[in-house]
Each structure stands twice: as structure tokens, then as C-alpha cells.
Design a protein around this ligand. Structure first.
Ligand SMILES: [Zn+2]
Length: 355
């Protein structure tokens, strides 16, 4: 938690961030899979005032075991209480995503779209969390993360769901400012974020009062340049609230980041990938590619529904897992295993029913 929290507090942007692939074992079934680990990062330009560009959120998202689908945010992945393991194993035999009545009402008949959004992984991870012993700090982090996922919502139902998660985050942040489990620094950041999200929710008078409260509390503390941003941003935001904000142009909006779409054999279009779609391959050619390619990066092959191709891919990945390599090649090897695992668990996750 300490590292994650420092990441949150240092609010770096993702642009100059390096990541590594590392193996980690599922705490429930022991399956080893590849996950992303944050390397070095540097701050360029203004950070987002709601900390949404912190690598703590961009690179410490939900991890899902490709075998039994055990899911958790990275900060809680390998900290499963022994007493919770048996309960989780049982739950994973008959998995289901628990949606609240409010979520069901907002999502309505957009369930299939929800399943293709990042929220689906988060909702599944939350369902796994709920089998475990309650952890207020984790709940707090999760609420902030789910709010951030909604920042790029475009369609009406997505925007309503985003507003709902913002309200949930405000509730958790408010609770964190007075709870016994939070450190003083966590309380200060929670107070600031509560004000910021309240402002984003359009509750202007309430947000102003909260920012003023943050500023007056910060004045009572000894100066510390690591956290000087809390008072200074509160002052900035307070000044900005009364200024008219430029409206977003439609072309500056982006869709929710999509998950891999297993079962969709259509090659990505130019608009989706930014580069021309690769020429579709015949089955023999694809099998040959699986056998000989040094680095397989063809989504159309990874997504294939053909049993022979799936079997060949599986064998290739088993072989790759046993390969010990170094340097740049190992990065490519891990990346390929990670892509394969993402497709595998994506297919399984789509099958998980809602309760
Ligand atoms: Zn597992």
C-alpha cells in the first residue's frame, strides 16, 4: 500500500512511464501469469487535478487469473487471508458479478456493452472482494479507481454510471477523512479529492466550502513541499469554479477503453488501430505463423475461434512460459504471454453471469 500511496501522492503522468512484465502466482489456484509492473516515471506537464493520471491508477488496475478468474486490484492480489481462500475457491466455481440495484437500473439493456468496458473487470474484481474480509482502505482505493474509469464515458448510460461512481467515491472519500484507519496524509488527500469530485459533480457551493476547509486545515500544518500542492490546487480550483469553463468539442471525447473482444473475428479497422489492418491469414498460414514467429502480435490469430489454432497457440504459450530469455526478447515473450492470457480470461469473463 505504501508504494501505491506514494504513487497516488506523486501524481505523475503516464507519458514517460516504463513498465515491465513480471510473473505472479494466483493466490487461489497457483497459476502463474504475467502482470505489468511500474518502472520509472517522470512528470511532464500539468498533472490532472483529480489525480486521474497517476500511474497508481493507470498501472495498478485489476489483475485476473487466466485459469480460475480470481481477480483483485494489484495492491490486494497476493494478500488473500487464509480464511478467505476456501470461500473464494467455492465462489470461483460458480462465479457471478454482483450488480447493485442502482447499477442495474442505470445499465438497463446495455449489459453487453458494459461487459466490453473496463468497468466489467472492476465489477468482477469487486465481486471477488466481497467474498473477502472487508478492507476499508481497499474499498476507498477501489471507489477512486472506479470513478477514474468513468472519466472517458461518452454515451448516456456510461455518463450516468460515471456520475454514480463519482457519488460513491465522494461517500468513501468523506468517510476516509474522519476514519480511524487512514493516515494523516490519506485524510488530507481524501479531503482534497472530496472537494474536487464534488466540484466535478456540479455542486458548486458545497465544493467551495470543502476547498476552503482544506486550505484552512493545510495552514495549520508544518510546511512540507511534497504536499504543498494540496493547498495550492485547492486555491486554484476555488478560483476556477466561478470562471466559465470551455465546453468540450465532440472530437476531443474518447470512448471507454475497450477490452479485447474474443469471438469477434473481424480484423480491426484503420480507425480503431491508427494503422492499416493486417491482411487476414488463411488457416495454414496462421498455423505456420504460430509455429515460426519469433514474436506473435496478431490479434486476429490470438482471437481465433478455430480449435486447431487455439490448440497450437496453447502449445506455443506453454513453450514460451518454459523459455528462459533475457533482455529485449524476454520483454516480447512476456508481452505475448500477457496478450494470450488477456484473450483467454476475456472470453471466460464474458460468460460470467450477473446476479
Ligand atoms: Zn487462479
Amino acid at each position: 500500500m505504501k508504494i501505491l500511496f506514494l504513487l497516488l501522492a506523486s501524481f505523475s503522468v503516464a507519458a514517460a512511464t516504463t513498465v515491465n512484465w513480471v510473473d505472479h502466482a494466483c493466490p487461489i489456484c497457483g497459476t502463474v501469469s504475467v502482470t505489468m509492473q511500474l518502472g520509472s516515471y517522470h512528470q511532464f506537464g500539468e498533472p490532472a487535478h483529480d489525480l486521474s493520471d497517476s500511474p497508481g491508477f493507470s498501472f495498478h488496475g485489476v489483475d485476473i487469473c487466466p485459469n480460475d478468474l480470481f481477480a483483485s486490484w494489484q495492491s490486494n492480489w497476493d494478500k488473500v487471508d487464509p480464511a478467505d481462500k476456501a470461500k473464494l475457491s467455492e465462489f470461483l466455481k460458480q462465479p457471478c458479478v454482483d450488480l447493485t440495484a442502482q447499477e442495474k437500473a442505470i445499465v438497463g439493456d446495455h449489459l453487453e456493452e458494459l461487459k466490453l468496458s473496463r468497468w466489467w473487470e472492476e465489477l468482477w474484481a469487486r465481486s471477488c472482494d466481497e467474498i473477502r474480509k472487508p478492507d476499508p482502505r481497499h474499498r476507498w482505493r477501489r471507489a477512486i479507481a472506479m470513478n477514474h474509469t468513468g472519466l472517458v464515458a461518452t454515451s448516456d448510460w456510461e455518463k450516468k454510471l460515471a456520475a454514480h461512481y463519482r457519488e460513491q467515491a465522494i461517500i468513501e472519500l468523506k468517510a476516509a477523512t474522519t476514519s480511524s484507519w487512514t493516515t494523516d496524509v490519506e485524510k488530507r488527500i481524501s479531503s482534497y479529492l472530496e472537494a474536487e469530485l464534488t466540484q466535478q459533480a456540479g455542486k458548486v457551493d458545497e465544493a467551495k466550502a470543502l476547498f476552503r476547509k482544506v486550505i484552512s486545515h493545510e495552514k495549520t500544518l508544518p510546511p512540507n513541499e511534497d504536499f504543498a500542492w494540496i493547498a495550492s490546487w485547492s486555491g486554484d480550483q476555488l478560483a476556477l469554479i466561478d470562471k466559465p469553463q470551455p465546453t468540450l468539442q465532440p472530437d476531443s471525447q474518447v470512448a471507454l477503453p475497450p477490452l479485447p473482444t474474443p469471438g469477434n473475428d473481424a480484423p480491426p479497422t484503420v480507425a480503431e488501430t491508427g494503422s492499416p489492418a493486417p491482411k487476414p491469414m488463411g488457416k495454414e498460414e496462421a498455423l505456420n505463423e504460430i509455429k515460426t514467429a519469433r514474436f506473435l502480435n496478431r490479434d486476429d490469430i490470438l482471437d481465433s475461434q478455430d480449435p486447431e489454432i487455439i490448440k497450437a497457440l496453447d502449445e506455443r504459450i506453454q513453450r514460451l512460459r518454459q523459455t528462459k530469455a533475457t533482455g529485449g526478447w524476454d520483454w516480447a515473450r512476456q508481452h505475448e504471454i500477457r496478450s494470450f492470457e488477456a484473450v483467454t480470461r476475456g472470453k471466460k469473463l464474458l460468460q460470467v453471469p450477473v446476479r
